[in-house]
Ligand binder design. Structure first.
Ligand code: PEP
Ligand code: MG
Length: 913
């Protein structure tokens, strides 16, 4: 901890950012390397923190230090604050460690007074400039330090311009501005009940205090929360000699980027205004001019600016965002910082800086934000659309979708397959809606969170989704959606922006996904660096091919239940479930087998030469049956119809069956019979807590024929594609194992079936059998489970649910959302792995598994496999790979490389320490 709170600019440098803030360290560094900056000093973030800790009162000695540095500044510049002769004017600016643009406060022209305004006028020979500076000061100081509402000043300014019949501030003359200073002072007195202080040093003290306090203003707090900036860092305060861009035609102010932040192109990018101060450029009062025009207006300053831009970019090795002022022909830089940029620009800048030899590849990789690249993997709204959103929900799956509103999945499937662009709009989606989701351009739901069914499925498919848009009132019967006063019918087109969560009426222009050369090049560097493998979760040949194209090194999870849901399969699956005899069940399974085999063939072919982990059926059987309430209603309706035909409705089913068999009723009776049997089965299979019920290996042990059919399909598919010249790498995975005995018994079924299928085959077909680790018990007894498993795949979705005792579907949109808002938990554990709990279980499970089976191959196939922060943990723990949806594969590749580099950097710092 430093023993002082104030540093001269000459004492600072870039690596003192934590103490001096980004702006303070940046200006000091520029001064250090000889770039022209105004002189000044910085009050540290530590001073702000100390003041916060004291409830706002300053620590001992802070004011004395400020005074001493001010005295020294006056000495160096030969000017004095508030003096009539050679007055010193300063700016007082916030400057946090992490840039928070526009969130905190600034006061300019401090030091101007009734005395010094005259000196400034005489010295510059420009009375208008002097009085303009004065009125700006009173306005800013009044607003920021004394809390006078901004409009009170703006109204007076507007009234004066109206009286003068002018449009621009610059059309007011010195006398106008002199009058305005008096008016502004009166306005301030009205609001605060006292005169503004006239002593500039007192003004300085209050201004520094106001900047400290602006760290705590609501918009700054919101910004920190949104950007994960800790609340306890505090801001530094920079006090710098004013330079003036508003001294007339030889002065200007502007902002520029060293490259285009939207595209990354190395070209002139920026804006400036002649005869203006900094806030005029951003405030939109006057329209700034393109930077290129500065070449003709202020050629010398322009040339110097260009050279300085190059120099700063070289020095920092990254694209810079620069603020500058030209004071009567002389260029000053006021700030330089890393420029924020789009994903596309980030890639291009990284690649070109490497090509130019400015930075090496590792440095470039360290700077790229894997999560940001998501922007590039989905069609996006054209940024220039300018439309106002109708409503907003959660930005559940990025990208943009345009299509006609459709309120049910069946219609969406039908119209989507017919080639129409539709957006599926639902209260919430469920697995039955899958066909509609597949055929739609995007999904909009009124309910549900970031990992609701719609969100997970949509992300898995790379399909845009806005979830939980609470303002939607969906009237399915009336085929319309109310959004406030707006009514959408099924003839209306809407546009979803899954990247922001905005929903628009009408069709907005889109730009296609961009897997550019830059992107490919950068991912190539990432592949050279990373240790962690990256596979994809994919259930179809098409997804598998997409995943491979995006760099997946295999399939980490093929969920076979999605294959059971397809419209041509579901009736057969239902027959299988409803079968009352073994023979009937076997017959249904025999019909499913070739369908499954065809699915697997496509996947094995697409992933030839790479491992494919196929998971045996996981969900409870009732998921393939109709909803209990809907089925009860159907039975009731049919009973009403048949009742009119005199059927014995109140007897037992046996009585009813007897009556029907004796020829009672007709077609409706037959339907009622089937509906009743289905209802009975739905009732029998319904569970209070299906997530913890008869599913996974439990279901497979109850009905080994189902697993056997799947294994047979796998074996036959592998043999078929091998015969066609492919190289299938088969991994069979058993879900939801908690007891090693479950896996031992399941293996017997798998191995026996495989033996039957492969018995007569010439060349052996190697295959591995492994298990999901997705229950806490499985992680704890992983050593015993590993005796029967050739690989592990951590199912962190279920592991999170069962470790936290939180049901994802019930938590999101209810208490978990409230927890996140209140800060009870920092991040959503279903999006980013809960390091201390679930992460620790993965760690323990891996260690124990490898203790029993050294070198045990292990990965993660939960949603967390595509989340950069979680990927870092999995890499650190030593897993072999992560598996995520195809469209997240590039992100995981980059995140894995980042993790390697971070660990390497960490090891270096530890060695150096
Ligand atoms: C998991 O539980 O993490 C997993 C991948 O399985 P599912 O999401 O299909 O339950
Ligand atoms: Mg699971």
């Amino acid at each position: 901890m430093s023993d002082r709170y104030v540093y001269d600019l000459a004492e600072g440098r870039a690596d003192m950012r934590a103490l001096l803030g980004g702006k303070g360290a940046g200006v000091a560094e520029m001064r250090r390397i000889g770039v022209p900056v105004p002189d000044g000093f910085t009050v540290t973030t530590a001073a702000c923190v100390a003041a916060m800790e004291r409830g706002g009162s300053w620590p001992d000695g802070l004011w004395d230090e400020v005074v001493a540095h001010l005295d020294a500044l006056e000495e160096r510049t030969g000017r004095r604050l508030g003096a009539r002769e050679r007055p010193l004017l300063v700016s007082v600016r916030s400057g946090a460690v992490f840039s928070m643009p526009g969130m905190m406060d600034t006061i300019l022209n401090l030091g101007i007074s009734d005395d010094s305004v005259e000196g400034l006028a005489a010295e510059s020979g420009n009375a208008r400039f002097a009085w303009d500076s004065y009125r700006r000061f009173v306005q800013m100081y009044g607003e920021v330090v004394e809390g006078v509402p901004a409009h009170a000043f703006a109204d007076e300014l507007d009234a004066l311009k109206a009286r003068r019949g002018v449009a621009q501030d610059t059309d007011l003359d010195a006398d106008d501005l002199r009058g305005l200073v008096a008016t502004f002072r009166a306005v301030a007195r009205q609001h605060t009940g006292e005169d503004l202080p006239t002593d500039p040093r007192e003004q300085l003290r209050r201004s520094v205090d106001a900047v400290f306090a602006s760290w705590g203003n609501p918009r700054a707090a919101v910004y920190r929360k949104a950007n994960d900036i800790p609340d306890d860092l505090g801001t530094a305060v920079n006090v710098m000699q004013m330079v003036f861009g508003n001294k007339g035609a030889t002065s200007a102010t502007g902002v520029c980027f060293t490259r285009n932040p939207a595209t990354g192109a190395k070209e002139l990018y920026g804006e400036f205004l002649v005869d203006a101060q900094g806030e005029d450029v951003v405030a939109g009062i006057r329209t700034p001019r393109p930077l290129a025009e500065m070449e003709t207006v202020l050629p010398d300053a322009f040339r110097e600016l260009r050279a300085t831009m190059d120099r700063l970019e070289q020095h920092y090795g990254d694209m810079q965002d620069i603020e500058f002022t030209v004071d009567d022909g002389a260029l000053y830089l006021l700030q330089t910082r890393t420029g924020k940029r789009t994903a596309q620009a980030a890639l291009r800048v990284a690649r070109e800086l490497v090509d130019e030899g400015v930075i090496d590849r590792d440095t470039a990789l360290r700077r790229l934000d894997p999560a940001q690249l998501d922007q590039l993997l989905h069609p996006a709204l054209d940024p220039g659309h300018g439309a106002t959103p109708l409503t907003r929900g959660l930005n559940a799956s990025p990208g943009a979708a345009v299509g006609r509103v459709v309120l049910d999945a069946e219609t969406a499937a039908e119209r989507g397959k017919a080639g129409e662009a539709v957006v599926l709009v639902r209260w919430e989606t469920n697995p039955d809606d899958i066909a509609g989701v597949i055929a739609a351009q995007g999904v909009l739901t009124a309910h549900g969170g970031m990992t609701s069914h719609a969100a997970v499925v949509a992300r898995g498919m790379g399909k845009p989704c806005v979830a939980g848009a609470g303002a939607l009132r969906i009237d399915v019967e009336g085929r319309r959606v109310h959004v406030g006063d707006h009514v959408l019918t099924e003839d209306d087109t809407i546009t979803l922006d899954g990247t922001t969560g905005d929903v628009y009426a009408g069709a907005l222009p889109l730009v296609p996904p961009q897997v550019t050369d830059d992107f490919r090049a950068v991912l190539g560097w990432a592949d050279d660096v990373r240790r962690l493998g990256v596979r994809a979760n994919a259930d179809t040949g098409e997804d598998a091919a997409k995943a491979r194209e995006l760099g997946a090194e295999g399939i980490g999870l093929c969920r076979t239940e999605h294959m059971f849901m397809a419209p041509d399969r579901l009736p057969v699956v239902r027959e299988m479930i409803l079968a009352e005899t073994d023979a009937a069940r076997t017959a249904a399974l025999d019909r499913l087998l070739p369908m499954q085999q065809a699915d697997f063939e496509e996947i094995f072919a697409a992933m030839s030469g790479l491992p494919v982990t196929i998971r045996l059926l996981d969900p409870p059987l009732h998921e393939f049956l109709p909803d209990l309430v809907e089925q009860s209603l159907l039975v009731q309706r049919l009973e009403d119809e048949v009742g009119d035909a005199g059927a014995p409705l109140h007897g037992t089913d046996a009585v009813f069956e007897g009556w029907a068999a004796a020829g009672g009723g007709g077609e409706t009776t037959a339907r009622l019979g089937r509906a009743r049997r289905l209802l009975a089965q739905v009732r029998r299979l319904s569970e209070a807590n299906p997530m913890l019920g008869t599913r996974g290996v439990r279901l497979a042990l109850l009905h080994p024929q189902i697993a056997a059919m799947q294994v047979r399909a796998i074996a036959r598919a592998a043999l078929a594609v091998r015969a066609a010249g492919h190289d299938p790498r088969v991994e069979i995975m058993v879900p939801l194992v908690g007891f090693s005995e479950e896996l031992r018994r399941m293996r017997e079924v798998v191995d026996a079936t495989m033996a039957e299928e492969l018995g007569g085959v010439d060349a052996p077909l190697p295959y591995a059998v492994g298990t999901m680790i997705e229950l806490p018990r499985a992680a704890l007894v992983a050593d015993r489970i590993a005796e029967h498993a050739e690989f592990f795949s951590f199912g962190t979705n279920d592991l999170t649910q069962t470790t936290l005792g939180i049901s994802r579907d019930d938590a999101e949109g209810s208490f978990l959302t409230a927890y996140l808002e209140a800060g009870v938990v920092g991040t959503n554990p279903f999006a980013t792995i809960d390091r201390d709990g679930v992460g620790e279980l993965v760690h323990v499970g891996l260690e124990r598994g490898r203790r029993a089976r050294p070198g045990l191959h292990a990965g993660v196939c939960g949603e967390h496999g595509g989340d950069p922060a979680s990927v870092a943990l999995f890499d650190e723990i030593g897993l072999d790979y992560v598996s995520c949806s195809p469209y997240r594969v590039p992100i995981a590749r980059l995140a894995a490389a980042r993790s390697t580099l971070d660990r390497r950097d960490g090891a270096r710092t530890t060695r150096e320490a």
